[in-house]
Design a protein around this ligand. Sequence first.
Ligand code: IFM
Length: 476
Amino acid sequence: MTTLDSSPVTATGLAFPAGFRWGTATAAYQIEGAAALHGRTPSIWDTFSHTPGKVLGGDTGDTAADHYHRMAEDVALLARLGVSDYRFSVAWPRVQPTGRGPAVQQGLDFYRRLTDALLAAGIRPVATLYHWDLPQDLEDLGGWPRRETAERFAEYAGLVAGALGDRVASWTTFNEPWCAAFLGYACGVHAPGRTEPESALRAAHHFNLAHGLGTAALRAALPRSAEVSLTLNLHALRPLTRSAADLDAVRRIDAVGNRIFLDPVFHGRLPEDLVHDTAGVTDWSFVRDGDLAAAAAPIDWLGINYYSPTVVAAAGPRPGPGAGVPDAGPSPWVGAEEHVRFVPAPGPRTAMDWPVDADGLHELLLRLRDELPGVPLLITENGAAYADRADPEGLVHDPERIGYLHGHLAAVHRAIADGADVRGYFVWSLLDNFEWAYGYSKRFGLVHVDFATQRRTPKDSARWYADVIARGGLPA
Ligand code: IFM
């Protein structure tokens, strides 16, 4: 298999360490389609996307990028990129439809075929067990705010590891539990669309618990050499000013955005200030003895998903009634919402309206270098959406994405030079896909997908990334 027109390997500009893992990432609901095939039952995202008004344009993941049927073509695209690793997620409702009981073999067979094809192409499969698609049956019983969901997850983890552990050596329990807990249960812009602040805190705790129980289940089912990890979308926070009030606003967002996961998973404790800040919402009595020790089961690396930094300031005086300020709707920042405001960062923006700021990634990596010594890091997602179009020759020119990726890879390189133990980098995403509440309106792929025909067209950024991988770094 030849790589995508990469230029010959010449002198490198910024060389990455030998063995650096180069990859791309996807998630099941965003690409697979085949939503009702071979025993798969609805997940919370099927229900949510089929609820009018929840997803832009009424888009659903019913067909998505039809990866379920085009898996071989997509693995061939990965091989042409020359990646060493591919990060994908397993759809829980495809392999254990009701969230309990035996696995559906046809569901597992899909992931057996996928991982076999990856291994045949010399690509290491990196399997994420949960990228937001909870079986609807488990949500109907209470979802993540209910403790039993964590126990169900551990059973599911053991079941998938038992089936795929002979071919998958790299595992991640959860992708971005912050989004699943707070966007799903506090502000409701993600599935299951609930707006219950206490439920969001319960969900966050049960994600930590499920991560720990799931890690134990994976270790029990996998060979000792297997890696177990967790991926967090840590917020790279900056105060607007160095004032005490702005620094306190950052502390609050750090507690409910970052330390709510970092402290249990790496230190076996809850952040005391978070417990204090959220006292009006919950007494945290749902945390039982032993839960935090379970959450702190050792892992092999931490995955970081980074897109842009967050600038935070203290909230100003609240406008009085009739001040003409629109109601912003429920906030995901439980316990902090009254005290903080978010300030748009300056500079260029992606199609998501997210600022392009690679320094935020460097800052985050140095923070983790200092706070989590000895924990290897992988950038499990980084990328950008732009309004890509195929030109009459069928080419997709995406210079902004190349600029974005180049800048962020340079930031990773700088962080490594500064002592951060970063072992790999995965572009989000391989393919244009279902971007959650934005439906198909945002394109993150290295490969353009025409959703009417499912035709795949590698963008210029795919050729650029293949060249970076072939060189082992950024061109001078
Ligand atoms: O598409 C998502 C992905 O599912 C999780 N991380 C952020 C991406 C872009 O929004």
